[in-house]
Write a protein that binds this ligand. Structure first.
Ligand code: TXA
Ligand code: MG
Length: 347
């Protein structure tokens, strides 16, 4: 085990030690297939509180509780599982799907941000599953970044944001999906998609029939007077230091508009987050390729990492190519729009 500024770095072979820290009410970050999570015992109020402190997270933003076996869901929720829930679990667990249900009384209010519901997911990453199994606890885990920053897809991102603030990190490779899990609310009469992610809206609809899309998925911040159903959606999100501008609309027009913006901003250090198809077209700026337009899975893996890289290189303004809002594109565009704080140019 290595120590960096008081934070213990665990290898795969040291999972038992990392699990012990969790049992002692400590914070341990770990890789999942979506992004790195910052874990604590979900039933331990003090431990959960320290997650909010370490991340600088507002206390009304509820956490997702992670389990290692499907059968653990029953003990965290109030009602018998419906057919819909059972089908979702059979099809998508372990995997990037979080299900919101009425919570059991034993789940403390700090974990759910004061809500009567709980969000639960069973991750697919072998290290995540092993850690949760070894701890024998439900693990509350938000993304392991400072609140407001792009979510961490690499071990190094966790270190950059949280070293010295948390007790341990279980080291792993790059998080494959790169955007956080899909969150679907089944605590109400009709299913509602609260956050798009690795399990697509289309896949959910195939099983659930009609699925509503929460307005926060596609539009701006909710009004302050209207309490967000998914409170996480109302905060500043995924923001690098640099200003982000998203250009979306007709594909052929996007690179032309971006070229215009580049010349209008010649006094600034400009970065372009481009698809492979158009990256050669931009000149005199810092270009980072997010992947091919025909491979949205590749793009979702890269977006948060690239936003952090632009910051590390001192870019002032990041211009991002928009993508079609279909399949994984809904999740990608949701994150990009938030990163851009809804500074969107339609072409
Ligand atoms: O992929 C993921 O879900 C990652 C990894 C670590 O598993 N975790 C993650 O957690 O993204 P976090 O805290 O960054 O995002 C949790 C989201 C927030 O948007 C929050 O508002 C929503 O889930 N959420 C949690 N509990 C909820 C509840 N009871 N009702 C509605 N939304 C809830
Ligand atoms: Mg997060």
């Amino acid at each position: 085990m290595k120590l960096i500024e008081g934070t213990k770095i665990f290898k795969k072979s040291e999972i038992e030690e990392a699990a012990k820290l969790l049992q002692q009410g400590r914070l341990v970050a770990f890789p999942t297939e979506t992004v790195y999570g910052l874990g604590a015992n979900a039933l331990d109020k003090a431990a959960v509180k320290s997650i909010f402190t370490a991340k600088g997270r507002p206390s009304d933003n509820p956490l997702i509780v992670h389990i290692a076996e499907q059968k653990e869901l029953k003990s965290l929720v109030k009602r018998k599982l419906t057919e819909d829930v059972r089908e979702l679990i059979t099809n998508f667990w372990p995997g990037p799907l979080t299900i919101v249900l009425k919570k059991d009384d034993k789940v403390p209010a700090v974990t759910t941000g004061g809500l009567e519901t709980i969000a639960v997911r069973m991750p697919q990453h072998p290290l995540a599953l092993e850690l949760i199994k070894a701890a024998q606890l439900p693990i509350a885990a938000p993304s392991a970044n400072l609140s407001g920053k792009p979510s961490p897809t690499l071990f190094e991102h966790v270190i950059d944001d949280l070293v010295g603030k948390i007790d341990g990190v279980l080291a792993g490779g790059q998080a494959g999906i790169g955007v956080e899990s899909t969150v679907v609310d089944l605590s109400r009469e009709k299913p509602v998609l609260l956050r798009p992610g690795g399990v697509t809206y289309e896949e959910l609809s195939e099983i659930l029939g009609e699925v509503k899309i929460d307005p926060t998925v596609e539009t701006k911040l909710v009004n302050d007077d209207q309490r967000a159903i998914s409170p996480g959606m109302k905060y500043k999100h995924y923001s690098p230091q640099a200003e982000v501008i998203l250009v979306e609309g007709r594909v052929e027009e996007i690179p032309i508009k971006i070229k215009e913006l580049i010349s209008e901003n010649s006094d600034l250090k400009v970065g372009v987050m481009a698809t492979n198809e158009f990256s050669d077209y931009y000149k005199g700026v810092t270009i980072k390729e997010m992947g091919s337009r025909s491979n949205l899975a590749e793009i979702s893996t890269n977006i948060f990492k690239l936003l952090r890289e632009f910051d590390a290189e001192g870019v002032d303004k990041i211009i991002v190519e928009g993508l079609p809002i279909k399949g994984l594109g809904l999740a990608i565009m949701n994150r990009l729009r938030k990163s851009a704080a809804y500074q969107i140019i339609e072409v």
